[in-house]
Write a protein that binds this ligand. Structure first.
Ligand code: NAP
Length: 294
C-alpha cells in the first residue's frame, strides 16, 4: 500500500515508518523542517514538505494514497485546532479519491482518564483528560465517516526508541541521582514498546475492519515507582530519591497535557491480540526500560 504518515519523526512515528517499510509498504511522510525531511529520507520514506495545520499547501503535491496514519501532534495549546484544520483539508479529497482510503487515527490511553483498579477496554466510556478532549470528536468523525475506512488506535505509554518520558527518568538519575515523578509512585501506567506498537499499526492498516478501535497495550498497568527504580538500578543507584511533583505543578510547568502522567490506569490490549493476532514481544516493561539505559 502507499501510505501517508503524519508524525513520522516522533517516538511512535519512527517505529511505524520502519515497520511499514519492512513490510513492503510505500511510505510518504510529511516533514515540516529540513531536519525532519532528512530523518524520513534516511529511514526510507518519501518526503512531502508541510505542516498538518496547513494542508492546502501540501495536498496538491500528494500522490494518491491507499491509507493515512495520523500521529502528528505538537502538545501545545492549539493542537486541537491544528488537527481540525488537517481533517477539514484532508478528508474531502480522500473522500473524492477513486480508491477508498484506510485512515488510522491515533488517540491515546489518556482519553480513558484514571481507571483505578478497573481494567478499561475498547468498550469502556471515554473520560478524556481535558487537554486531549478535542480528540474525541475527531476520532468519532474518522470512525463514522463512510467515505474512508476509519480505525482508531489508542497507544499506552510508549517506551523504547528515544523513549520520551523514560529517557527523562534516565537523565534525572544521571544528573541529579533523584527522579522526578508526577502524582506519586503508586500511579500505574499501561505500557507498550514502540516496536510492538508499530507492528499493531501495520497489522491494523492491512486487516483491521473499518470502524474498529484498538488499545495498543502490552502491559496493563505498571506502577511508576517500579519503573523508576528499575531505571535507577540499571544506572547503579540502589535507592533513588523520588522527587514527587504534584499534578498541578506539572501542568503549570509543562502544560495541561502533563496531567496525564498522574492518570492511574489499567488498560487491556486483549482485543488486538485476539482479533488481529497482534503478539507484542516486550512483555516485561521494567526490563525493557532498564535496557533503555544501557
Ligand atoms: N508517546 C506516547 O507515549 C503516546 C501515548 C499515547 C498516545 N500518544 C499520541 O501519539 C501521537 C504521537 O505521539 P509521539 O509521542 O510520537 O509524539 P512526538 O514524539 O512528539 O512526535 C510528534 C510528531 O508529530 C510531528 N508534528 C507535530 N506537529 C506537527 C505539525 N504541525 N505539522 C507536521 N508535523 C508535526 C513531529 O514532527 P517534527 O519532527 O517536525 O517535530 C513529530 O514527527 C500524539 O497524538 C500522542 O498524543 C503518544
Amino acid at each position: 500500500m502507499r501510505v501517508l504518515l503524519l508524525g513520522a519523526t516522533g517516538t511512535i512515528g519512527r517505529a511505524v515508518l520502519h515497520a511499514l517499510i519492512a513490510r513492503g509498504h510505500e511510505v510518504v511522510a510529511l516533514a515540516r523542517s529540513e531536519a525532519s525531511a532528512e530523518k524520513i529520507a534516511r529511514l526510507g520514506g518519501a518526503v512531502v514538505r508541510g505542516d498538518i495545520g496547513a494542508p492546502g499547501q501540501w495536498l496538491p503535491g500528494l500522490p494518491t494514497v491507499d491509507g493515512v496514519i495520523q500521529m502528528a501532534c505538537d502538545f501545545d495549546s492549539a493542537m486541537g485546532e491544528t488537527e481540525q484544520r488537517l481533517l477539514d483539508g484532508l478528508l474531502p479529497p480522500l473522500a473524492a479519491s477513486s480508491r477508498k482510503a484506510r485512515f488510522i487515527y491515533t488517540g491515546g490511553c489518556w482519553l480513558f482518564g484514571s481507571t483505578g483498579d478497573n481494567v478499561a477496554t475498547e468498550d469502556s466510556a471515554l473520560s478524556p483528560l481535558p487537554a486531549f478532549a478535542w480528540m474525541v470528536p475527531h476520532l468519532q468523525h474518522v470512525l463514522e465517516s463512510t467515505s474512508i475506512d476509519g480505525i482508531v488506535i489508542h497507544p499506552a505509554m510508549v517506551h523504547g526508541g528515544d523513549g520520551g518520558v523514560f529517557r527523562r527518568f534516565e537523565q534525572d538519575i544521571r544528573e541529579r541521582r533523584s527522579i522526578r515523578i508526577i502524582g506519586g509512585e503508586a500511579v500505574r501506567w499501561p505500557l507498550v514498546h514502540c516496536d510492538d506498537l508499530a507492528e499493531l499499526y501495520a497489522i491494523a492498516l492491512e486487516r483491521a475492519p473499518p470502524g474498529a478501535t484498538y488499545l495498543g497495550v502490552a502491559a496493563e498497568g505498571v506502577p511508576v515507582g517500579d519503573i523508576v527504580r528499575a531505571v535507577a538500578r540499571r544506572l547503579g543507584v540502589a535507592t533513588p530519591v523520588l522527587d514527587i511533583m504534584s499534578e498541578d505543578a506539572a501542568a503549570q510547568e509543562l502544560g495541561e497535557w502533563a496531567r496525564g502522567y498522574a492518570c492511574d490506569q489499567r488498560l487491556s490490549g486483549a482485543k488486538a491480540r485476539k482479533e488481529l493476532g497482534w503478539a507484542p514481544m516486550h512483555l516485561d516493561p521494567t526490563r525493557d526500560v532498564m535496557e533503555l539505559c544501557a
